[in-house]
Structure formats: structure tokens, C-alpha cells
Design a protein around this ligand. Sequence first.
Ligand code: FEC
Length: 311
Amino acid sequence: MIASKIGLLVMHYGTPASMDEVLPYYTDIRRGRPPSPEALEDLRSRYEAIGGPSPLRAISERQAKLIQEGLATRGINAKLYIGAKHTHPFVSEVVKQMAADGIEQAIGVILAPHYSTFSVAKYTKSAIEARDVANPNMQLEVLQRWGTLPEFIKALSLNLQTAMQGLDQNETLVIFSAHSLPEKILAAGDPYAEELLMTSRLVADDTNVANWVFGFQSASTTGEPWLGPDILDVIEREAPNYKNIVSCTVGFVSDHLEVLYDLGIEARDKCAELGLNFRRAECINDDPLVMDALAGQLAEMLEGAKVGQAV
Ligand code: FEC
């Protein structure tokens, strides 16, 4: 039975709205510890290199709107709330607003397809904790993973095919990638790395890719080991064997800073340095079929079908 006042909670990483907001943003990512002036300058220069603040917020908003429309076509009229992990409005702030608006039943989705204790679990925890304070009676269920959703695989596969057009498969290496995380997550049994590999395998199969590997990207310098191999090391290692590198990130769903800079500039430059041709497959961004499929998952959750993990 679906309650009368339904809320759709769409959660994304967050990005500074202007260059002036880079410092508070970075400080929040560092759990309240301001970055050193050098680290801040480094991040500011990466934003500048992609032309200023990232398009992440705008893309997330378009994605959220499409998910809301997908629910509407299934007869579910849900009020949309968009919350971020590291910028206002934070996930906790919008959940408080949902309670204030009298939302009785809510469904949530994170714009990150793979489960990790470091990402999806943290978004979910913020939402649930805020719900417990604001209105413990508001039902809230969050989709925990969607990295094998057929429409997601197909959209990635089509983008990869476009990027590979005209290239000789035998001379081409596809590198699937995703954000690295501290290596310690493996010891705790985190499924993140496995889920990323599963998505990569499905896309490679759907695209009939001859040669592919997986590499992590965007590791931070926190003084502890992060998951590898790093994509730049993979490029260097494989350079003698190929003419073309095609990058396809499976862990990100928007062409934002980590994609536009770490792949579009850093990985591209590394390839140029090694005499390799570089191409990048676009992220799914606001692909209507993927967003509609996500709406389908959320609709099933609302109907009580066992799709996501209830929390
Ligand atoms: O376009 C934009 O403005 C935002 C791009 C952005 C996305 C993103 C996604 C993920 N992150 C994940 C984990 C970590 C961990 C740390 C960390 C640090 C940063 C920094 C920036 C940044 N992340 Fe990010 N991440 C984005 C941006 N991320 C900027 C800080 C500077 C740097 O290290 O480069 C380390 C925190 C610490 O210092 O303790 C861990 C994961 C994702 C993918 C899932 C998701 O989207 O939530 C995991 C987008």
C-alpha cells in the first residue's frame, strides 16, 4: 500500500557552486579539517582546468527530474528532494525538510551505482539518522546498488561503442575505472571492488571488447594505501602493447571534475606522453532510459517488492 504523501530523495556527491566555495567544500570532504594552502590551490587549479565549477550539480538535477518523471509515468506522484554529501543542501537538511512537508513515505537513490561502506552506506546513514530525528514515522527506503541494471549496462556499452568507432580492436585497450578508496575496505569485506568488476565485465561483453582491464582513479593522498592499480600506472604498463587507450568509467554517472580532469586531462596527457591515442567514453549523464529504469526500481520498492535493501 503506497502512502499518500510520497517523497523522492535523490542524493549526489555535491560540488562547489562557485570558485569561492571550494574551500568550505574541501573542508567538508576532509571532515572539517581545512586543507593546506597547497592542496587547496591544487584543487582550485583542477576546477579551473575544466573551465570553472563542475557541471555535477546541474547534471544531478536533470537526472533527478527524469527519475521523478519516470515515477509519474508509473502513476506515482512524488515530491522531489535533492541532497548532497558535501554541499548545501546536505542530505540531512533535505530529509528534515521532507519531514516538515509531511512526507509519509520516501524512497531514496544515490547517484553512484556501486555499494561501498565509504560511499553509499554513508549517504544512507545520513538520510536515516536525519529521518530518525525529524520524524521516525516517515518510511524511508534507499536503493543500495544498481550497477548491474540492464539499461545502465546498455547505455555505457553504447557510449563505449561510440568512443571506439574506427579503432582497430587489436590495437586498442579499454580501461574501465572508478574512484579508488582506501585499501582497508577490503579487509572489512566491502563489495565495492567486486561490484565494479561485475559492471565492467557486463559492459565489455555487451560491447564485444577484445582487450580490457580495470584501473582505479582519483585516489587521494591521505598517507594510507588506496585500491589499485591506478589508471595512470596501467596506461604506462600497457603502453608498449597498444596504439589506442579508450577510457570508460563505470563508477561515475556524470561528466564532472573526476571525469573531466582525471580522465579527460590527466589520463589523456599521460597517453600523449607515451605516444598513445586517447579517447574517453561519456558517462551516462541524463540518459532518459537509465533514469527511467531507476524510477522503475524505486516504484517496485514503493510497491513493497524486494528490490533494494530496506533500512
Ligand atoms: O565535480 C565535482 O565537483 C565533484 C567531483 C567528485 C565526485 C566524487 C566522488 C566520489 N568520491 C569518493 C571518495 C572520496 C574519498 C576522498 C575523496 C576526496 C575528494 C576530493 C574531491 C573529490 N573527492 Fe571524492 N569525488 C569528487 C571530488 N573522495 C575534490 C578532495 C581532493 C582530492 O582528494 O582530490 C578522500 C577524503 C579524505 O581526504 O579523507 C574517500 C567516492 C566517490 C564516488 C561515489 C559518489 O559519487 O559518491 C567513493 C563525483
